[in-house]
Design a protein around this ligand. Structure first.
Ligand SMILES: [Ca+2]
Ligand SMILES: [Ca+2]
Ligand SMILES: [Ca+2]
Length: 872
């Protein structure tokens, strides 16, 4: 973290002084106040190809509105169109240039981008050592993409001709033979050509040599011109709802050297300073909790001396309730941070914060502000994600019953969405054979509709945990497994959480029984329906796939079709996953006993069988030195160590002992669950033989498991745990020096809400069991973060009941409507290298910042329930 602070200081030094012209700064991007031009600070990632996060990017007055600058092979690239690999990146500070080499392996095609600061503009040049390959001639071009939600309805001129960016995609297209389509990701196709053998290609909206975009909006205005290439403006939404506006120039045929030059000048508002972002809890505060707003400031902004809390009275007038000093926190990445502590205000009421000219929206201080924080998630989000059911709410049907034709055994496949089927099926089924009985229960993974087994295991475990800890009897949902029907806001006499546990278990038990072990996933077979947006019931045709029929043909009895849309079960056996399932089944059988005895029995049978088989398999594989993959879990001990980087001898010994113990005793969390389910003491002994070594290796990672055991243990266990909880308390408080928000902040391409929630849950329990060590004040770290006290903006990350200003758009399955499914929790702040956090609230399509997952949202239910409980 020290390194980051030093870099930020250097960045600060770089911008002090003349900020008129673009300068290549210490963080290796071009900068003037209001304009950051990044050249492959973030490169395309092979796993999901074009995530609209890479290439040449422009952060314009604080918003990343332009990205995707690269040599591309399509007019409007989709997510699974090929992306170039960056093979080298050179930064020349003296010349003020950044040069990157880009390569398409599939076409043996190399190009070079050279970006040079020229006054207030950059020159972008494309260089070729060899001409564009014949196959790509006319298709390869330089593209730059513009965020639709920031440009639509704004004006533009091309060579002086007036125009306006369309709100919705309504430009024109042609079709071309598939033989002319550049290859897509792993040879998959994003489109269903309905047997025409042709693909759709958008036509440009405008063509010319000089474009001025958004002269009517100074924050977005940009001027781009080229003397040697034609600029063509396209609307990427013609092919895909997540497409951006694309400006491109096709590379000339048969030429080498500098083949194309653009001049790009983003307008900078003179003396622009970013508006302060005042982070606070949009849900509000209870009277006696700490209340600290974190204010994010432009580096050029001068912190004010004070801020005020204003109370809005019942007659509509306002009064100042408190004025307090601003405390400096310091620099964190690109901004400075100050804090405003108004904890002393405890009188219930409606308030807002006034800092200089900036005033926030209002929020409540009251004893009941947290009462409803989980209701939208449990009553709305979760039931809508129930697979294999018809789900309705009032007048609205969320989806019909999906996947009526069931699931086929996946053939060997190197698939999309990180799925894979190995060379053998590890089952009694042949590739493409129907595996009976899998179309029951389970939850949609996230913004897509597959059943990720690992996540569904987490879901059932999360619900069980919520049930064990809080026994929520809330009944707002009608669930009929027999009718395959779910109705929101209609009580049916059964606590919803039991029905959710049952629903998850039904699918997972079916997997164990029918397949013999856990599938990795039940997912789409074809890419052209994987990106489905709309009613889940229409993803497949509901008819069994029959390859003897022609595509789109239906059999005379109406039960089979020639359309290969049936979902696949990916069945490569992973003993580690089976072990996790065994843990979950043990707990599920205990909870379901008395409610659904038959399912409880089936779950227990599978738990014991999988535990035994998986432990044997893991041991077999461990004895084979070639095959260490099942020991990935040990990486955690070494990689996420709080202490020394390289494990010393004592530590290596500890790791070895942990590994051996796990081999002979089984996973410690599984043992704990099995004890809960069976009350057989051997499981508790197995747990206790392992927990202390685990804590010794990594307190942060294993504290939750250690705390989960507290209810089963006597006082001596608590005493022995105390010093580790003290260490954990130090770990919690350390975050105050690492960032201004006091929570773990992830810097990966998934914004990391799971990590924050895990942290929040562990802190809650550490406080519950050890209130003298972990103080109550610590539990508000995560609620503050979730509900609005975070970088970039101050909206609540939870589409939640009670927040004044929740986020408006999420990457749910209704994202094409720029909407959200209530109760969703966004991953949060996406970090873009080298120094930018973002969370779009007008553009839902970036999954890394706006998707909600079934595992994460059920984890939120635990966090929220535990947190509410502590208020009582
Ligand atoms: Ca998925
Ligand atoms: Ca119910
Ligand atoms: Ca079908």
């Amino acid at each position: 973290m020290k390194r980051i602070i030093i870099l930020s200081t250097l960045a600060l030094m770089a911008i002090v002084g003349k900020a008129q012209n673009l300068k290549l700064n210490e963080l290796e991007y071009f900068e003037r106040q209001g304009v950051n031009i990044l050249v492959f600070s973030n490169s395309f990632n092979g796993g999901f190809n074009d995530e609209k996060n890479s290439g040449l990017e422009i952060i314009h007055h604080g918003v990343r509105t332009i990205q995707g600058g690269a040599v591309r092979l399509n007019n409007t690239p989709e997510q699974w169109d090929l992306v170039p690999t960056m093979t080298s990146r050179k930064v020349d500070k003296e010349k003020g240039t950044i040069e990157v080499n880009l390569r398409y392996n599939d076409y043996d095609f190399d190009s070079r981008l050279v970006v040079t600061a020229k006054g207030k503009a950059v020159e972008i040049a494309v260089w070729l050592d060899k001409p564009v390959p014949e196959k790509l001639a006319g298709d390869a071009g330089f593209n730059l993409e513009f965020l639709p939600s920031q440009y639509w309805l704004k004006t533009f001129t091309m060579d002086g001709r007036l125009n306006r960016f369309p709100r919705y995609a309504t430009s024109q297209t042609i079709t071309r033979p598939n033989s002319e389509k550049p290859r897509q990701f792993k040879g998959f196709k994003t489109y269903d050509d309905r047997g025409t053998d042709r693909f759709v290609d958008p036509l440009p909206i405008e063509v010319g040599h000089s474009i001025v975009m958004a002269p009517d909006a100074p924050e977005r205005m940009i001027r781009i011109s080229s003397d040697d290439a034609e600029l063509k403006l396209y609307d990427g939404r013609m092919l895909a709802q997540n497409g951006w506006f694309v400006l491109r120039s096709v590379l000339p045929k048969g030429k080498t050297g500098k083949v194309m030059t653009w001049t790009v000048e983003p307008h900078a508002i003179p003396d622009w300073i970013r508006e302060p972002n005042i982070g606070f809890s949009q849900v509000g505060y209870i009277p006696n909790q700490p209340k600290v707003a974190v204010i994010e400031l432009d580096k050029k902004d001068q912190p004010k001396a004070t801020a005020s809390l204003i109370r809005i009275k019942n007659d509509g007038t306002s009064e100042t309730a408190f004025t307090g000093n601003i405390q400096n926190w310091g620099a964190y990445f690109k901004y400075n941070y100050v804090k405003f502590d108004f904890s002393s205000v405890t009188q219930p009421g409606v308030y807002y914060i006034q800092y200089g000219d900036t005033k926030t929206n209002n929020f409540l201080i009251d004893t009941h502000v947290y009462d409803k924080i989980t209701d939208a998630t449990t009553d709305v989000w979760v039931p809508i994600h129930m697979d294999h059911m018809y789900v309705t709410e009032g007048y609205r049907t969320w989806h019909g019953e999906p996947f009526k034709e069931g699931y086929l055994q996946a053939p060997e496949s190197d698939h999309f969405d990180l799925h894979r089927q190995g060379p053998t099926t590890d089952t009694k089924y042949k590739p493409y054979e129907l595996i009976p009985g899998l179309n029951v229960g389970g939850f949609f993974d996230a913004g897509d509709f597959d059943i990720e087994t690992g996540s569904n295991i987490n879901v059932v475990q999360n619900f069980i945990r919520a049930w064990d800890l809080f026994k929520p009897l809330r009944d707002e949902t009608f669930v009929s497994q027999q009718q395959r029907y779910v109705d929101l806001h209609r009580p049916d006499g059964v606590p919803d959480i039991l029905q959710f546990i049952e629903h998850g278990t039904l699918n997972l038990v079916a997997q164990a029984e029918q397949i013999g072990h856990m599938a990795q996933t039940l997912s789409n077979s074809v890419l052209d329906n994987y990106h489905h947006l709309g009613d889940a019931a229409s993803i497949t045709d509901g008819l069994h796939y029959d390859p003897s029929l022609k595509p789109y043909e239906v059999s005379a009895d109406g039960k089979r079709s020639g359309t290969p849309d049936d979902m696949w079960a990916f069945t490569t056996r992973e003993p580690a996953l089976d072990l996790r399932a065994a843990t979950m089944f043990a707990a599920a059988s205990r909870v379901l006993r008395g409610y659904n005895d038959n399912l409880a029995e089936r779950a227990l049978t599978q738990s014991k069988r999988l535990m035994k088989e998986a432990t044997e398999l893991i041991n077999q594989r461990a004895r084979n030195p070639q095959n260490q993959m099942d020991f990935n879990w040990l990486d955690g001990f070494e990689g996420r160590d709080m202490g020394a980087n390289k494990p010393d001898k004592k530590r290596l010994k500890l790791i070895e002992r942990t590994r051996k113990n796990r081999e002979t005793l089984g996973d410690m969390a599984t043992n704990l669950q099995l004890y809960g389910a069976t009350q057989e003491k051997q499981y508790l002994d197995n747990f206790e033989k392992q927990i202390w070594d685990a804590l010794e290796l990594n307190v942060a990672m294993n504290m939750q498991t250690a705390l989960d055991a507290v209810p089963y243990m006597d006082d001596s266990y608590r005493q022995k745990l105390r010093p580790y909880v003290e260490q954990y308390n130090t770990y919690i408080r350390n975050f105050d020096t690492q960032n201004p928000y006091g929570v773990p902040i992830g810097l990966g391409n998934w914004a990391g809400v799971n990590m924050v929630l895990n942290f929040g849950i562990a802190v809650n329990y550490a406080h519950l069991y050890f209130p003298d060590i972990v103080k109550k004040d610590e539990i508000y770290r995560v609620s503050n973060w979730l509900y609005g006290c975070h970088p970039y903006h101050n909206y609540s990350f939870v589409a939640v009941v009670g927040a004044t200003r929740p986020k408006q758009v999420f990457y749910g399955n209704n994202r094409a409507d720029f909407s959200a499914i209530p109760g969703n929790v966004a991953p949060g702040l996406l970090f873009r290298k080298p120094d930018h956090f973002e969370n779009f609230d007008d553009w839902p399509f970036l999954w890394g910042q706006n998707e909600g997952t079934i595992a994460g949202n059920t984890q939120y239910i635990i966090f929220g329930s535990a947190f509410k409980n502590l208020q009582k």
